[in-house]
Design a protein around this ligand. Structure first.
Ligand code: GLN
Length: 301
């Protein structure tokens, strides 16, 4: 009978995924095999000659088949890595993208720029989904207090597990509702130092053109935002002034060419003194940082 070692399986899956046009074929195979064997990816390499038993082969076979039909690996294994954290995901929430790490990085930089002795910063994360942004901020800035909202109960259940798993439950509060709606009642004088959001921002025509692994599997409510993809930014812009402290900052993830349109929307609120668009490593517009007041290091225009 043919025996299948870890090495042989990895090679076989890689070739199969290349043939089927699966993204990142080698990595995808490693993630699936790690999941089935309960080993880390490194351990696969130190167990190259390990013979995989029959029961596990059939589990693996099923996952490989689903993956070759473009079902995302993160949903198949139930997690993904984001900002060096293992984040649980289900089809109720968007899979965290590496591009979103840029927003988290800027958020943490901002918090670290506050003078020593500043009170715990209050942060709001709208459309939290899996909770990846809220958890990454709380985990990396130990005094941050975060309120995270999402309209989807299903997504919030996943976020709750991530908050718990990363031990930040005492500093991250999850509320169900549309954008700021669940916060309004409970908000006292202390408004937010930072409001972060990775909202749905895909336009109707872009929705049609999405890759199958996104279009057929990820929640459309987390992706689609009206004909031009700007609906949620418009609604945030309408309410933002009431929720940001006079020294507060808004950070938004945006689509690859939405910089000018989102900047224009925010300028019209007359809330911000400084609005910056930043590109990601693929040279696409990705993060907007809007500050209510100019920071001292901003050169005069
Ligand atoms: N970046 C995601 C995509 O292109 C969209 C994320 C979002 O809408 N927030 O699939």
């Amino acid at each position: 009978m043919e025996t299948w070692t870890v090495q042989k399986l990895l090679n076989w899956i890689n070739d199969y995924f290349v043939e089927k046009g699966v993204d990142a074929p080698r990595l995808s195979g490693e993630l699936l095999l790690s999941h089935v064997l309960g080993l880390s990816r490194i351990e696969l390499y130190t167990n190259f000659d390990h013979v995989v038993e029959k029961a596990r082969l059939s589990t693996l076979h099923e996952l490989v088949k689903r993956c070759s039909d473009q079902e995302p690996v993160a949903y198949l294994v139930g997690r993904c890595e984001f900002y060096s954290l293992s984040i649980k995901v289900t089809p109720d929430c968007l899979i965290p993208r590496p591009e979103t790490e840029l927003l988290v990085e800027r958020a943490i930089e901002l918090l670290r720029s506050y003078p020593a002795g500043t009170a715990s910063p209050l942060i709001c994360d709208l459309c939290t989904g899996s909770g990846c942004i809220a958890v990454a901020i709380a985990k990396n800035f130990p005094t941050a207090e975060v309120i995270a909202t999402d309209i989807s109960d299903g997504a919030l259940a996943v976020a709750a597990e991530n908050v718990e798993a990363h031990g930040v439950g005492d500093r991250v509060e999850l509320l169900c509702g549309d954008l700021f709606a669940p916060i309004i009642e409970g908000l006292d004088q202390s408004r937010f130092d930072l409001i972060a959001c990775n909202p749905p921002y895909v336009s109707s025509s872009e929705m049609e053109a999405l890759d199958k692994n996104v279009k057929d599997y990820e929640p459309h409510s987390a992706l689609h935002a009206g004909d031009d993809g700007l609906d949620v930014y418009r609604r945030i812009a309408e309410q933002i002034d009431d929720f940001l402290k006079p020294t507060g900052v808004l950070m938004l993830e945006i689509g690859y060419a939405q910089g000018p349109a989102v900047k224009d929307l925010l300028e019209k609120t007359n809330t911000f003194a400084e609005i910056k668009i930043e590109k990601d490593t693929s040279n696409n517009d990705r993060v907007v940082t809007a500050k209510k007041i100019k920071t001292p290091d901003t050169p005069p225009e």
